[in-house]
Design a protein around this ligand. Structure first.
Ligand SMILES: N[C@@H](CCC(=O)N[C@@H](CS)C(=O)NCC(=O)O)C(=O)O
Length: 224
């Protein structure tokens, strides 16, 4: 199997999708910490010219040669190349894509910025913005919860990359959200338990460097 280098940092649920997938498929990979909060590395011209023109993580480098960005693209590539968490047949493929787009735009697409403003922004957030983001995220989590009341995983009875995408921010501690997603959405909570039970599952703060906030530790050890 290939060697993978993942540009990421511990607080990024978008990057967690890729990190978790790499772990779950048993890949050999290294987390390359990115100084997102202090240096804003992703905003530099150098990063945009040489690593990702979109100025985002995750970025996956495969065998030092091929570079992929956008977690949905990375998940699709890894599923195709490992044969794991791969939707089967056109209908399932389209259904998985449907949930991944809904997740990126409407679930973690609102939850991520909401959590960022609450925990990491330099200026205190506007309460109206927070209320908007939380309302949108929570309403859409309700849709996911309803789906998971009827099905053990988002698409059928086996986990796919739609599930790995959807759990992006959902394993982070409840006190980072000021509401308890598991308590408010019990079917999501049971589904998170099923994902957590998969072999090689790991928490975002154990997979990617940079936690606690302001440090560059991975599993308690400094990273270079
Ligand atoms: N849709 C993208 C979202 C990536 C994303 O927004 N990543 C954040 C970190 S969590 C980022 O790098 N943001 C940089 C910025 O907005 O300046 C994906 O799923 O990969």
């Amino acid at each position: 199997m290939s060697d993978y280098l993942l540009y990421c940092f511990a607080q990024s649920g978008n990057a967690y999708r890729a990190a978790l997938m790499l772990n779950l498929i048993g890949a050999t990979w290294k987390a390359q910490w990115l100084d997102f909060f202090n240096a804003g590395v992703q905003r530099t011209a150098d990063f945009r010219e040489t690593i990702n023109e979109m100025g985002e993580v995750p970025v996956l480098v495969i065998d030092g040669k091929k570079t992929l960005t956008q977690s949905g693209v990375i998940l699709t590539y890894l599923a195709r190349h490992s044969g794991k968490f791969l939707p089967q047949g056109e209908d399932e493929e389209l259904e998985v894509l449907r949930w991944m787009i809904f997740d990126n735009q409407k679930v973690n697409g609102f939850l991520g910025p909401y959590r960022f403003l609450l925990n990491f922004a330099r200026q205190p957030a506007d309460p109206a913005v927070l209320a908007f983001l939380k309302g949108r995220a929570d309403g859409n989590l309700g849709i996911v919860n309803k789906r998971l009341e009827k099905s053990p995983f988002l698409v059928g009875d086996k986990p796919t990359i739609a599930d790995i995408s959807m759990c992006a921010y959902l394993f982070y501690p409840a006190d980072e959200f000021k509401f308890d997603i598991r308590k408010d959405h019990p079917a999501i909570s049971a589904w998170l338990d099923r994902i957590q039970a998969l072999p090689n599952w790991a928490h975002p703060y154990d997979l990617m460097a940079g936690y606690p906030f302001g440090t560059q530790l991975l599993n308690g050890k400094p990273v270079s």
